[in-house]
Design a protein around this ligand. Structure first.
Ligand code: AMP
Ligand code: MG
Length: 428
């Protein structure tokens, strides 16, 4: 049986970025947040385009005012009024200053801007009293201090965050080249399942997995197609699985264990999907399967065919396996460098017992101790069918496979359940 790390490696080495010309698309800047930039971006201008004032105040010569005090202010003539968006009309020289607004170009001759709070205007604004000297050169933002024309400002492979969106706007990229996102289909399987739009039947089990996995996909920007529910017969499974072969990624939940009616793996084999492994040493979720279809049915020039994940049906198992295995694979296809959910260190408040042999993702709440340290506490029963534990939890405490217990006070690794935070390494 593979460890979690081995299973992740086996998946990631078979999953390619959807790159090359066919893997790139242009999206409107308003749709670009969270996408991965597919080209280097250079600045088409200097920003600011000239030296500008950082304050509302007066542009002047430092030597004129270096000895100013409240008791002995320096009195100067105001010769111009420069607003943001207008150009200076006058050159500053000894004894003369220009009133200037934040963002306005500084006039020729000046070497310093003093903020209006350190002055007092007189004579209807025709003169100004300087009450204390700023440092020489203060309050001037130099041309190009933010962006320089022709210089690269963002590089291909960058995940577009909020700051990047602002920079794209500054360099006037209304359309942004990004890597394509995979098309993902989700299929639930099981005779006992009741679809959300089917009449309520007390003897049935509501299909939660289609939706919790859908939500995991939506959090990483993928809008999946729900293929519905396949009953536990080979005919129905084959039909639905064939439908799934039209997608880049097919996620099947349920039916991958060793039960008499677990037809998912044999059916996948029958339609030509090569299964690479189907059990992983983790809890919850060890009957997790991974396969690839060898040919490219998408017609879009991808190097491989559909990538298939078989999730255990238990609702917590399917969510945990999705975030450990499927989310990193999809992020790699999208060109991200940070593939894994963020982790952090915390202190355990109360002891927990565990069975050895598998890496355990234990649901925990997160708080702060009296000393300010981050503390975690188990949510209680950890059954893989107790989906409410995912609701209560703030994180997944990663209990090593070789541990049979953890003491109160132990330093532990916690994987965040924040669906937006990622890091390049697993962190455990
Ligand atoms: P399986 O992996 O098919 O053996 O299913 C394991 C457990 O998960 C069973 O108790 C199923 O009823 C339950 N289960 C399977 N699929 C789903 C689903 N889509 N939503 C909620 N529970 C499910
Ligand atoms: Mg089943």
């Amino acid at each position: 049986m593979k460890t979690v790390r081995e299973a992740q490696d086996a998946i990631l080495e078979r999953v390619g970025q959807l790159s090359g010309e066919v893997g790139i698309e242009e999206v409107a800047i308003g749709e670009s947040l969270g996408r991965v930039l597919a080209e280097d971006i250079s600045s088409n201008r200097n920003h600011p385009p000239y030296d500008i004032s950082a304050m509302d105040g007066y542009a002047l010569l430092y030597d004129d005012i270096k000895n100013a005090t409240k008791d002995e202010p320096v009195l100067l003539d105001v010769i111009d009024d420069i607003r943001a968006g207008t150009m200076p009309n006058a050159v500053v020289s000894t004894g003369k200053v220009s009133r200037i607004m934040t963002g306005a170009p500084t006039p020729e001759g000046c070497d310093t801007v003093i903020r209006v709070e350190d002055t007092s205007g007189t004579d209807n604004g025709e003169k100004v009293k300087i009450l204390l000297p700023p440092k020489k050169g203060s309050n001037i933002r130099s041309m190009g201090e933010n962006l320089r024309a022709g210089e690269q400002v963002l590089s291909a492979g960058t995940t577009i965050g909020t700051g990047e969106v602002g920079i794209l706007a500054m360099v006037k990229r209304a359309m942004v080249p990004v890597y394509k996102r995979p098309r993902v289909a989700i299929l639930s399987t099981g005779d006992e399942l009741e679809a959300i739009d089917e009449p309520f039947d007390i003897n049935k089990i509501p299909d939660a997995n289609s939706y919790s996995i859908m939500a995991e996909m939506q959090a990483i920007g993928v809008e999946p197609t729900l293929l519905g529910i396949a009953r536990d017969t080979q005919e129905e499974l084959l039909e639905k699985l064939r439908e799934g072969m039209d997608y880049d990624v097919l996620i099947v939940s349920g039916g991958v264990a060793v039960g008499h009616h677990d037809f998912v793996r044999p059916s996948l084999k029958e339609i030509g999907v090569e299964m690479h492994f189907w059990r992983v040493a983790l809890r919850p979720g060890h009957p997790f399967a991974f396969g690839t279809a060898s040919d490219d049915r998408s017609g879009e020039g991808r190097s491989g065919g559909t990538i298939v994940f078989g999730l255990p049906g238990n609702p917590v198992s399917s969510m945990v396996c999705t975030s450990q295995f499927i989310v990193p694979a999809i992020r790699k296809m999208e060109g991200h460098a940070a593939l894994f959910r963020a982790t952090y260190k915390a202190r355990l408040t109360a002891p927990v017992k565990d069975r050895m042999g598998r890496l355990h993702f234990m649901r925990v709440t997160v708080g702060k101790g009296a000393d300010g340290a981050v503390e975690v506490t188990s949510t209680g029963p950890q059954g893989s069918g107790i989906l409410m534990s995912m609701v209560e939890a703030d994180g997944l405490m990663v209990v090593p496979a070789e541990a049979d217990a953890l003491e109160a006070g132990a330093e532990v690794t916690v994987q965040s359940l924040d669906p937006y935070g990622f890091q390049p390494e697993t962190g455990f």
